[in-house]
Design a protein around this ligand. Structure first.
Ligand code: GLC
Length: 470
């Protein structure tokens, strides 16, 4: 079985969020399981790409309305990623150092057309085209509707929704940019008066998955306008929990860590990283250390953090360290707290993969007060590194973090609402837990023993593919 993943992001080639982590690891596990999985994504002009060798495997011209664009399919040399990587190089459309901008419809449409032009010419065609998020959402439509791609009609398509907030809307005025199709079926592209690539994919893909089972149920109630569509299509929709790359996220081998550790040495391993972090960021290492890592946006509940931190820091019974970037006003508020609460609070505004790894290793608790969390990977990294997650019960967080009120299975602290008071109460429960060290250690150990590697979920995807091919 040959599986082609199509995505805008893939770690370590280009990463904006968790989508990249998933597309950079799932295919690796599928190959390890004996299937043939590959990734195709846009060619961005970034550091990673500039420092690799590629060979051109295909060259052609694509048509976007009146305009024609030359493009090349470049294959990464060597096999260091654990899967074959192909980049679509359309110099006049995709040669950018960023992944997303405010006007992406033509960039990603051009990318998808190039992918299908190439796939149409392959002798060994994929058995499955696995599309991720709206940037690749027109592929299932074009494969079933465009005359030009008739030859691809019988190939099964899967859409995975990592985030349904973004849908890639564009105006019907641009419909002529899509290769010719029977116009009676234009409704397949439409949702609420615009062309909606995510909606088109939900309608046309053979199977739709979300990155956790709870997120699937939540989308039927709230999906930025697509609730009814998802309800209508629910028979072909299923939630498959993401896994994590346990080779990258392994405290025994992690190249970013100061010292390796495992379950039996977790106490000393974490202590050393906590000491380092507290020294670097001038924090009190005798108190429980809480961290937040992520985008500073409303979806992640980050807008409430300044107020939450102020209240919590007044009590003076914990240390807090934050890493992330996002809305200017949230960044400013978080920066300002630094002067007021020196010694107990600090933040690093930006993105720093190495620091993130050290923070998972050194912290006692990870905060994730998300309003929306399709799966969430940070809580899984935290569990594996012995950092207890404090999360809002939503999406993948609900599916992976059991509250400590369950004395046998609890691995974290769970709150129900995204409200300042609830988050403060959850932090207070965490501080209490820290004070009874024997229980704290038991909970931590249980979390570290959880297996969230891809092995389980990669099998679920394979079973989905098999059901389609059969
Ligand atoms: C998106 C979601 C996140 C999920 C990730 C990978 O970034 O917001 O919850 O873990 O995709 O699927």
């Amino acid at each position: 079985m040959k599986i082609t993943h199509v995505s805008a992001e893939c770690y370590p080639v280009a990463k904006v969020g968790g989508l990249a982590d998933v597309v950079g690891s799932l295919p690796k596990y599928q190959n390890l399981m004996g299937y043939e999985a590959q990734v195709i994504m846009p060619f961005y002009n970034n550091n990673f790409v500039q420092n690799q060798n590629f060979s051109c495997v295909y060259e052609d011209e694509l048509q976007l309305g009146e305009k024609k664009y030359l493009f090349k399919i470049m294959k990464l040399s060597g096999s260091k990623l654990g899967f074959e990587l192909f980049l679509v190089d359309i110099p006049k459309l995709l040669f950018t150092d960023y992944v997303y901008s405010n006007e992406d419809s033509e960039r990603f449409l051009g990318f998808q057309i190039a992918v299908l032009n190439w796939v149409s010419t392959l002798k060994k065609k994929p058995s499955i085209m696995h599309c991720h998020d709206h940037h690749t959402g027109l592929i299932p439509f074009m494969m079933t509707q465009c005359i030009k791609y008739d030859i691809l009609k019988t190939i099964s398509t899967v859409l995975t929704i990592h985030n349904a907030q973004y849908q890639g809307w564009f105006s019907h005025k641009k419909v002529h940019l899509i290769p010719a199709f029977n116009f009676n079926n234009v409704g397949l592209l439409d949702w609420d008066g615009s062309i909606n690539p995510l909606a088109a994919a939900i309608k046309c893909a053979w199977k739709v998955t979300t990155v956790s089972p709870s997120y699937m149920q939540e989308l039927i109630l709230s999906a930025n306008g697509l609730e009814n569509l998802l309800h209508h299509e629910s028979a072909k929709c299923v939630g498959v929990l993401n896994g994590i790359d346990t080779e990258v996220w392994n405290a025994e081998k992690d190249k970013y860590l100061l010292k390796s550790y495992k379950l039996s040495t977790v106490q000393s391993g974490k202590k050393e990283h906590k000491k380092y972090l507290c020294k670097q960021f001038k924090l009190d290492a005798t108190k429980p250390l809480f961290i937040f890592i992520g985008r500073l946006v409303g979806e992640k509940g980050a807008d409430l953090l300044p107020e939450v931190f102020k209240e919590v820091l007044k009590k003076g019974n914990c240390s807090i360290l934050l890493l992330g970037s996002g809305h200017d006003n949230i960044e400013n508020d978080l920066n300002q707290l630094k002067n007021q609460y020196k010694g107990n609070y600090n933040c690093y505004i930006g993105y720093n993969e190495k620091l993130a790894h050290i923070m998972y290793a050194g912290a006692d608790f990870l905060l994730m007060p998300s309003r929306v969390e399709p799966c969430g990977l940070n809580q899984l990294y935290a569990l594996r590194y012995g950092t207890i997650p404090v999360v809002r019960s939503i999406g993948g967080l609900k599916d992976t973090v059991i509250d400590i009120s369950n004395k046998k299975e609890g691995v974290g602290i769970v709150h129900q609402k995204v409200e300042v008071k609830e988050i403060i109460d959850a932090i207070a429960r965490a501080v209490n837990l820290y004070e009874s060290q024997p229980v704290f250690k038991k909970v931590r150990k249980r979390g570290m023993q959880k297996n969230h590697s891809w092995e389980v979920s990669a099998t679920s995807y394979i079973n989905i593919y098999k059901s389609l091919i059969a």
